[in-house]
Design a protein around this ligand. Structure first.
Ligand code: G3P
Ligand code: MG
Length: 249
């Protein structure tokens, strides 16, 4: 149930694995997060041309690999040839864009919880969410906490249609004035907002309304402390190591 997932949500969640310490959204990044002591990570998922769910943030592979072009127009075989580590640092050369299946296997072996952010190519919201839901139903280990989020509300609705038991996070930059209506309409249990836009008053209202609150991307431990004091349940950070070293959690 949703409560069981949020009971296991720690205060620190690694962003794209631990993307300050390793190339984002790779297995190395997930392992790095675990090494810092994180028990929960956020990663982004999208689909390839041949409909395989893969872990990638951008719709174009240019920024985070040695290739270029839209991931939705590449087959898994083409995606597998890309180096997804060297751009970050030479020691990560050879890292690949993982499939959701590989990421799940790694999370299982490390006993990590997951905030899976569905990142569809615009226009591909429904097929992306359908494929992700299908793979999660086939593969996701029941013992691990899983929280789905997306900026694309259509993805949340589609995932819910396939897996009604999964908790949903409403992902946004600014907290919209009608957040309460949206949370109810989309059946979301948590709100995930960008750090600049959150006010103490919003944080209190969100908590008073009974929702969980996650804030991204917070890399300054002092800011993290303030947000946690405001009532944030978790902060999503590129540098979980810093947070564990500085904050008394
Ligand atoms: O899920 C929180 C955060 O990852 C949302 O923004 O662009 O980093 O995926 P982005
Ligand atoms: Mg993300």
């Amino acid at each position: 149930s949703a409560d069981a997932v949020f009971r296991k949500l720690p205060k620190i969640v690694g962003h794209r694995g631990a993307c300050g310490l390793a190339p984002e959204n790779t297995l190395a990044s997930i392992r790095k997060a675990a090494e810092t002591g994180a028990s929960f990570v956020e990663i982004d998922v999208t689909v390839t041309k041949d409909d395989v769910a893969v872990i990638q943030h951008d719709s174009d592979v240019r920024r985070c690999t040695d290739g270029s072009g839209p991931i939705l127009l590449k087959t898994l075989e083409e995606v597998r040839k890309l180096d997804a580590g060297r751009w970050f640092a030479p020691e990560f050369a050879g890292e690949r864009i993982p499939t959701l299946k590989e990421a799940t296997d790694t999370l299982r072996s490390l006993d990590l919880g997951l905030n899976l952010e569905i990142k569809p190519t615009v226009g591909w919201q429904i097929p992306t969410a359908q494929q992700v839901a299908k793979e999660l139903l086939a593969d996701w280990p029941a013992k691990l906490p899983l929280l789905i989020s997306s900026f694309a509300v259509e993805c949340l609705i589609e995932v819910h249609r396939h897996i009604p038991a999964l908790p949903l996070g409403y992902l946004t930059s600014a907290v919209p004035p009608d957040w309460q209506t949206r949370m109810a309409d989309y059946g979301c249990a948590s709100l995930h907002c960008e750090r600049h836009y959150l006010t103490a008053a919003d944080a209190r209202a969100i908590k008073d309304a009974g929702y969980y609150l996650l804030v991204y991307t917070v890399n300054d431990p002092e800011e993290a402390r303030r947000l946690l004091d405001w009532g944030a349940d978790a902060i999503i950070t590129d540098f979980p190591d810093r947070m564990f070293e500085t904050l008394n959690l």
